[in-house]
Design a protein around this ligand. Sequence first.
Ligand code: AMP
Ligand code: ZN
Length: 443
Amino acid sequence: MSQFYSEVEGLSREELRNLQSERLRALVKYVYERMPFYRQKFDALKIKPEDIKDISDIVKLPFTTKQDIVDNYPLKLLAVPMKEVVRIQSSSGTTGRNIFMPYTKNDLELWTEVMARAYWRVGVYEDDIVQIAYGYGLFTGGLGFHQGAERIGATVIPTSAGNTRRQIQIMQDLGTTVLCCTPSYALYIAEVGNEMGVDFASLPLRVGIFGAEPWSEEMRDEIEKKLHIDAYNMYGLCEIIGPGVANECEYKDGMHINEDVFYPEIIDPQTGEPLPPGEKGELVLTTLTKEALPLIRYRTRDICSINPEPCKCGRTFWRLSRIQGRTDDMIIVRGINVFPSQIESVLLSVGGVAPHYEIIVDREKGRLDTLELRVEVSESFLSDEMRSLEELRQRLEEALESALDISVNLTLAEPGSIPRSEGKAKRVIDKRELFQREGGERK
Ligand code: AMP
Ligand code: ZN
């Protein structure tokens, strides 16, 4: 059992509920007094702060959406005077327009605290040498991981993303024990290391903390084997704090949500109705203690479920499943919902290919949508002369079609031919959207 960074991680569920209720009461008062945006929303629903007594009353409150933040660009939702804002970060901008998120001194402290908890959860302590290959800058990845690593007293190497050969050189020279980056970048590092003739098994590297984009169990296996590490999942989003919302403990079985500060709900994305624990739906988060820009019932658009079962590590915080898609980047091909993560799982479970792939959705005039998939054949498959590419293609196509229920036009690409990313991989190229922007055909 790993040590808890904060005692709050071991509270009984009842104690936690009381804390959440107390914080929610203070929060509704805070936003009602300081944010005209929420005051108007509450007034429209005839809700007064006094009506919210217990955390279960949260369902009476209105949702907040990304559009609300976009509509109030750049910082019209600010709940404190600008002089109390000590940092501004931004979302990575993979979906829609960029937004800014401000932090007060206490908000930064909160962020640092949850990131410190995150490291301890995976057994990373002050003796560790932590290489942070998430992008530094407006994106929350770099600085979030940085602050937490400093707080626990680890040795921090802020390499930021990119310059991969140098990353690997530094890893070797300084004896990095923990790597933090996106999972797709971790794989790329493994690949470049291989080209450089690096034997990762002989390096002190032992832990990876990966997040900021969807990935799968199969990808975890792949990364763990290639880098000879334990790979852990980390979830967060800029609107809520950045990384540090939820992450796995040593048991790798769901991500403990920091429920004392980020209250989670799962709702049916169509109806907005709360779903019972265990069911899959859209994650909604409320920041219970944030100051600069608190959010009530923020719709993350991330699809996942919550596991309320106790965890072997002893932490009482409920656990978030892997993010299984977005309510908005889900691709619908011929009426069928397709998640890139689903495709990735199939590819990697069949084997023979590397987790570098591109999904191209297109529609020719008057024709059905086409789903094209370009995936790299793995080096090891190619070097085995007994195996045929044609047979591999057939196996993959069959597995994909039975999992997705639609036919896939598969191209096996040469190793190294699909563009690599240093941050979030761009997996889906939806050419149909181009039609829409140009005012052309749309279904
Ligand atoms: P950003 O605010 O730019 O960092 O983007 C946040 C979004 O990245 C989230 O809403 C998720 O869709 C995605 N994301 C972050 N962490 C993960 C993760 N561990 N697994 C899957 N998706 C993630
Ligand atoms: Zn646990």
